[in-house]
Design a protein. Structure first.
Length: 319
């Protein structure tokens, strides 16, 4: 019989019953942060939970990998807790079902609503977006989420929702640099029958604040994207910049991203999306759906946004 394989966070994601067994043990131990869903997929949440367990065990290196030493220690600890729980359930005191109760509480509110509408991409298209992002920027994404409870594939799902329907069609015909540069979208405030409350509400307001030269430069960026989409030019300043769509309202507090055209730099886009997600995570009390919803805003539109991102996130966990 061959030795059990070492389990770790890698791409493509490792999956199987051995991963599921590790996740069940981590759930029984109740690590902080938790390993998340027991789904047999070794994602970032599982890696963080393994690292948390390793920190508390003398003699184990903290590398997030489940090798022989970590596996033996993990299953031994889980068995101790399980046996102690069984004794407690027999009348010694306490609650033998505590781990199960914790899982039930964690999953009491569904991440995706039963009446959720379909995302803008189908499963195959979402996987195309995932593969392109991970092939080109996988190490950068993994580094960005390190030390957080976010999974790299969640960032892929956000990018797929925000801009994927456009740049997915450019894969193979344009370089990754050109695709990043042309992620300039959202003509709200200028497009007929649209309005906008955040600065700038329209191109006229932007021109008044920043002058003709900068306005012309931003209009040129929008028109270069329009040309790639097969559209004619307009005299509009667009509002969303970068693959995760950083809103132009941030130009006052974060001018370099826009004035230095940093949306063309994937690392700069990652920096902004992670700052936003961490802030929203804190506001949501660590709840994943609440974090994703807040990333988009409030109201029913944000609820739909969360449904779409989390649906594609779920799809992206598959091979």
């Amino acid at each position: 019989m061959s030795d059990p394989r070492d389990l770790r966070f890698s791409f493509p994601l490792m999956r199987g019953d051995d991963v599921r067994a590790v996740q069940q043990a981590l759930t029984i131990i109740n690590t902080h942060p938790p390993c998340g869903t027991v789904d047999g997929i070794f994602g970032n949440a599982t890696r963080l939970a393994v690292e948390s367990f390793q920190r508390g065990e003398p003699g184990l290196g903290v590398d997030g990998t489940v090798g022989r030493l970590t596996r033996d220690a993990l299953f031994s600890r889980a068995l101790e807790i399980k046996n102690a729980g069984a004794a407690v359930g027999a009348g010694v005191g306490g609650n033998a079902n505590q781990p199960a109760m914790l899982v039930q509480q964690t999953n009491s509110v569904p991440l995706i609503r039963a009446n959720a509408s379909k995302p803008p991409l189908n499963r195959a298209q979402a996987l195309t977006c995932r593969d392109w992002l991970m092939q080109n920027f996988g190490p950068d994404i993994a580094q960005a989420v390190k030390g957080t409870q976010f999974d790299p594939l969640l960032l892929c799902a956000i990018a797929a929702k925000e801009t994927g329907p456009e740049w997915m069609r450019w894969i193979g015909a344009h370089s990754k640099e050109e695709i990043l540069a042309r992620c300039v979208f959202d003509a709200s405030g200028d497009f007929p029958e649209t309005s906008r409350s955040a600065f700038p509400p329209n191109t006229a307001a932007f021109r008044k604040e920043y002058g003709d030269q900068l306005t012309a430069d931003f209009i040129d960026e929008a028109n270069r994207t329009r040309a790639l989409r097969g559209w004619g030019p307009q005299q509009w300043v667009y509002k969303g910049y970068g693959i995760f769509q950083y809103d132009l309202q941030h130009i006052k507090a974060d001018p370099d991203f826009f004035l230095k055209k940093q949306w063309r730099d994937f690392s700069a886009c990652l920096d902004r999306v992670m700052k936003e997600l961490r802030a929203k995570e804190q506001a949501a009390g660590g709840d994943l759906r609440g974090t994703v919803r807040r990333y988009n805003g409030g109201g029913e539109r944000a609820e739909t946004y969360a449904d779409h991102v989390l649906t594609m996130f779920d799809w992206m966990k598959t091979p």
